[in-house]
Unconditional design. Sequence first.
Length: 237
Amino acid sequence: MGHERICAVDDVSFTIKRGEFCCLYGASGSGKSTLLNLMAGIEKLTSGQIIIKGRNVHRMSEKGLAKFRQNNLGFVFQSYNLMNAMTALENVELPLVFKHMGNKKRKKLAKDMLVKVGLGSRLKHKPKEMSGGQQQRVGIARAFVDNPEIVFADEPTGNLDSKTSKEVMELIKEMANTNHQTIVMVTHDSELTKYADKIIHILDGKIEEIEELKTDHLNDEDEDCIENSDEVIADIS
Ligand SMILES: Nc1ncnc2c1ncn2[C@@H]1O[C@H](COP(=O)(O)OP(=O)(O)O)[C@@H](O)[C@H]1O
Ligand SMILES: [Mg+2]
C-alpha cells in the first residue's frame, strides 16, 4: 500500500479434509479474507501454494482457473452480491447460465434449490423486495445450485441479526451435509465457530491455533486419502 509493504498472511500451513466445515476465525484485520481469497484464487500469492483437489490453484492459467472455479467452487458473500435487476430465480440460475446449461433444466434446478432454502414462494421477487435473511438464502441457493465440492463464505451472516444468522448458518450446514461438501467460512464471531469441525485461529496474518473438533461425519476413506485429491491444502510461506 503506497510505499508500505503490508504482510496480510504469512507462514500459514494447513489442510482441510473433504466434507469438513472449517472456520477461519480472528479479529477484524487479522487476514482472514485475504487468506480465503488466496485459497479461492481470487487474490495472487507472493509465495507458497494452494492445492485443491491435487491442483495448484496459482499455477493455472486465468482461463483454467476460471473453469476450475466454475466447476468446483461456490461462494457466499457478506453483502449477498445478488444482481438487483434479476429475480431470485434468475440469480440462482446465473452460475448455470455461465455453464451453458439448457433453459428448462436450469430453471428446474434453480427452482428446486429455492424451494430447499424455503423461498418457493419468492421466485419472482427481486433482491430489494426481500429481507436480508431471504437475500442470503438466495445467495446460498446460488452457491449450492451447481453442487460445488467446496463453498467459500466470507462473514455470510455479518449483515444479519442473531436469530436470522442462526437460521442461515443452519441452512449452510444442512446443505453441506447433504452432499458432503467442504465449507471454508470466515468469521470474527466466536458464536459461529460452534458450527465448525475445525477452527483455524488467525492473529496478525499467522495461525495462532488449529482446533480440531468433531469429525465423525468424515468417513475413514476420507481420513486415509492424504495423497488423494479431495483436500484443500494451503501452504503460504
Ligand atoms: N488491498 C489491500 N491493500 C493493502 N492492504 C490490505 C488490502 N486488503 C487488506 N489489507 C490489509 O491486510 C490486513 C488483513 O486484511 P483482511 O484480510 O481484510 O482481514 P480480515 O478479513 O481478517 O478483517 C489488514 O491489515 C488490511 O488492512
Ligand atoms: Mg474480512
